[in-house]
Write a protein that binds this ligand. Structure first.
Ligand code: ADP
Ligand code: MG
Length: 353
C-alpha cells in the first residue's frame, strides 16, 4: 500500500519530474523555494493534471495517462492543508470545518461537533477566521481536512507563517492530533528542523526533480550528496583532489589517505557544530587539525559563530570555514586571532556530486 507516483509535467520554464514509491507513514519533502514542492502536492490532490504518468494511492489509481484515469479532487480522499490555510473569511469556524461534507450528509452536525471537540475548537465555533489567532486558524484548517477522513494528508509548509515560539508548540500539537491518524502524511517544507522532527522518510526536490533518500534520520546523518548535505544544514564543504596516494581537501589544506574511504568521494563535508576546539596546541595527526585565522564572529543568545580562513598556503583566498559553539562551552574566553579546530573523523562526511 502507500503512495506511488511517477509523473511529468512540463511548463515553458519549468519541468516537474517526480518518481517515488513511499511505504513509510510520514514522508518529508525538502527543497529550496521554487523547486516544485507545491506543484507536486497539487498534482497529487488533482488540482494540476500531469502531462503523463500515474499516481496510485493505496492500490487505487488516481491518475493514469495511459488508461485515461483522472479522479476528481473531491473523490481522491486526500486532505490538503494549504500554505496559507485558505479559510473562507465570511464563514464561521464551524461552517469552514463543514464545507467539504456532502450537503446530504445527515450526520453533518454531529461530525462537526465531534471534530471541534477533538481539535479544541468548540469555544470558537461561531467566530470568524479574522477573530482567531494564526495557530487557531491552522487548527481549523486541519480539522476541515480531517473531517473528510482522508487516506492521506498533504501539508504544505504548514508552519511557515508562524513565529518561532508558536511554531515549536504547533509542530508538537499537530503531531499529537495526527498520532491517531491511520493514513499517510506528506509534509513539504524548506525547514530542515521541521522535516527532521516530523518525518520518517525523506525526499529531496531540486529543480523539479525528486530523489528518494530513505529514512530521514539516516539521510541527515549521512547525506551522501552535496546538495542533500546543504539542505540538511551542513555548512562546510571541500573539494577532494586526487594526489596519487592521498586525497587533498582543497578548501581546508588537509590530506587524507585514500584507504580512509570505501569508495571515491568528490567532496568532504563537516557540520559547523562538529568541530572540537583546542585552546592550546596538542599532539594529533596533522590531518585532524585545522588551523585558521578568525575573520569575524557572530554572537547569538546561546551560540557563537566563527568564520575562519584556514592557514594553509594552497587554500584559495575565499575559502572559509564556519564553526559554531554553545556559549556555555566557550566560557567567556576572549575571541582569539586564530583557532585550532579538530575534525573528528567520525564527523567527516564523504559526499558525491
Ligand atoms: P515550491 O513550492 O517548491 O516553492 P512551486 O511548486 O510553487 O515551488 O513552483 C515551482 C516552479 O514552478 C517555480 O519556478 C514556479 O515559478 C513555477 N510554477 C508554479 N506554478 C506554475 C504554473 N501554474 N505555471 C507555470 N509555472 C509554474
Ligand atoms: Mg510552495
Amino acid at each position: 500500500m502507500g503512495l506511488m507516483i511517477d509523473i511529468k509535467k512540463q511548463y515553458k520554464d519549468f519541468t516537474l519530474e517526480v518518481n517515488f514509491d513511499n511505504r513509510g507513514s510520514r514522508l518529508g519533502i525538502i527543497g529550496a523555494s521554487g523547486s516544485g514542492k507545491s506543484m507536486l502536492l497539487k498534482c497529487l490532490a488533482g488540482i494540476i493534471t500531469p502531462d503523463e504518468g500515474k499516481i496510485i494511492l493505496n492500490g487505487r489509481p488516481l491518475f493514469d495517462s495511459v488508461q485515461g484515469i483522472n479522479v476528481k479532487p473531491q473523490r481522491r480522499k486526500i486532505g490538503y492543508l494549504f500554505q496559507n490555510y485558505a479559510l473562507f473569511p465570511h464563514m464561521t469556524v464551524a461552517e469552514n470545518i463543514g464545507i467539504g461534507l456532502p450537503k446530504a450528509d445527515k450526520d453533518q452536525m454531529a461530525k462537526i461537533l465531534k471534530i471541534m471537540d477533538r481539535f479544541h475548537l468548540t469555544a470558537l465555533s461561531e467566530k470568524y477566521p479574522r477573530q482567531i489567532s494564526g495557530g487557531q486558524q491552522q487548527r481549523v484548517a486541519l480539522a476541515r481536512c480531517m473531517i473528510l477522513e482522508p487516506e492521506i494528508l498533504l501539508l504544505d509548509e504548514p508552519f511557515s507563517a508562524l513565529d518561532d515560539h508558536l511554531k515549536d508548540h504547533l509542530q508538537k500539537e499537530v503531531m499529537d492530533y495526527l498520532s491517531d491518524f491511520n493514513g499517510d502524511v506528506v509534509l513539504v517544507s524548506h525547514s530542515r528542523d521541521e522535516i527532521y522532527r516530523m518525518s520518517d522518510s525523506l525526499m529531496v526536490m531540486e529543480h523539479g526533480k525528486s530523489s528518494f533518500m530513505g529514512t530521514t534520520h539516516e539521510a541527515f546523518k549521512s547525506p551522501k550528496y552535496k546538495y542533500v548535505a546543504k539542505l540538511t544544514g551542513c555548512k562546510n564543504f571541500s573539494d577532494l583532489e586526487d594526489d596519487g596516494t592521498f586525497y587533498f581537501a582543497k578548501s581546508w589544506g588537509l590530506q587524507y589517505p585514500k584507504t580512509q574511504f570505501l569508495d571515491v568521494p568528490k567532496y568532504l563535508g563537516i557540520r559547523a557544530h562538529d568541530f572540537i576546539v583546542h585552546h592550546e596546541l596538542i599532539e594529533m595527526p596533522s590531518n585532524r587539525l585545522l588551523r585558521g585565522k578568525v575573520l569575524r564572529t557572530v554572537e547569538d543568545i546561546f551560540e557563537l559563530t566563527f568564520y575562519i580562513k584556514p592557514l594553509h598556503p594552497s587554500v584559495s583566498e575565499d575559502a572559509e570555514v564556519v564553526f559554531k559553539i554553545a556559549k556555555s562551552k566557550w566560557e567567556n574566553r576572549k575571541i582569539p586571532d586564530a583557532l585550532i579546530l579538530e575534525i573528528p573523523l567520525e564527523h567527516l562526511i564523504p559526499l558525491y556530486a
